[in-house]
Design a protein around this ligand. Structure first.
Ligand code: FAD
Length: 245
């Protein structure tokens, strides 16, 4: 597979850096072709706005979605965005490597998504979820936290890790058509000892080696929803984050 790792950590010797390096090494050894988008090293501009297109379609009123759509049609999307879209288009699988910051992705990674997942490229009318633009591609989050697995248990103080990551898993990845592997989460590596961190890296290596046999996260398919896009009566909510009311 062509695998793109989108890596968002400012420090190369961080645990996230170690996970990224391990992924490159392990996946390459398995015969995959691996590319890294190292957002801090690239100096990625994370702020979506008027400079995202070479030509402004509507000079009177700025609409990001409209400008993106026209720029994608006319080939005038900014060069840095086009380069990332090319990498994404070529990828069969994308791994997002990041630390949890404020219960979400670091801003530089969110900004990569805001700009690269442009309207007309990553989504367009009638193309979402089962029919999403990236149907056939696979994605996985590889992340780290500052607190323990217990705090991210379903009854933990921080809440279920899958609930925390649902906006990314469903709102970003599944929405645009990806199949999604369960996340690999290294909990509080900074508070583990060397042996504990080595175990976390070993667990990640094993996950990387079993990508093709690991069951995907469950998402309801289109036929489970009625015309109002709510689960049809009698369909048991199984995604883990949705519930029957
Ligand atoms: P590092 O601190 O870089 O590394 C941890 C340890 O691993 C270090 O001792 C390092 O030397 C060591 N290490 C590096 N490479 C290796 C290797 N190859 N082998 C063995 N050891 C190695 N946490 C939450 O849980 N929820 C939040 O909402 C949250 N919000 C945050 C917001 C901000 C702005 C910040 C700065 C932090 C936040 N945190 C939060 C904490 C954050 O998630 C953790 O600090 C981060 O995930 C730890 O990962 P790291 O890569 O930065 O670890």
């Amino acid at each position: 597979m062509n695998i793109l790792i989108v890596y968002a950590h400012p420090e190369p010797t961080s645990f996230n850096g170690a996970m990224k390096d391990l992924a490159v090494q392990t996946l390459t050894a398995q015969g995959h072709s691996v590319t890294v988008a190292d957002l801090y090293t690239m100096g990625w501009n994370a702020v979506a706005g008027p400079s995202d297109t070479a030509v402004r379609a509507d000079p009177d009123r700025f609409s990001l979605a409209r400008e993106q759509t026209i720029a994608m049609e006319s080939g005038t999307i900014a060069a840095d965005i086009a380069a990332e879209q090319d990498r994404l288009t070529r990828a069969d699988m994308v791994i997002f490597q990041f630390p949890v910051w404020w219960f979400g992705m670091p801003a530089i990674l969110k900004g990569w998504v805001d700009r690269v997942f442009a309207r007309g490229y990553a989504y367009r009318p009638g193309r979402k979820y089962d029919t999403g633009m990236f149907k056939g591609k696979l994605a996985m989050l590889a992340t780290t936290t500052g607190t323990s697995a217990d705090t991210y248990a379903p009854d933990g103080i921080d809440g279920d890790i899958l609930t925390l990551l649902w906006p990314v898993h469903n709102g970003l990845l599944r929405y645009t058509g990806f199949d999604v592997l369960p996340p690999y989460v290294a909990y509080m590596p900074a508070r583990e000892d060397e042996a504990g961190r080595a175990l976390q890296l070993e667990g990640y290596r094993q996950r990387l080696e079993s990508i093709e046999t690991t069951p995907h996260l469950f998402f309801h398919s289109a036929e489970d929803y009625g015309p109002n896009e709510r689960l049809k009566p009698g369909v048991l909510a199984r995604s883990g984050q949705q519930r029957n009311v």
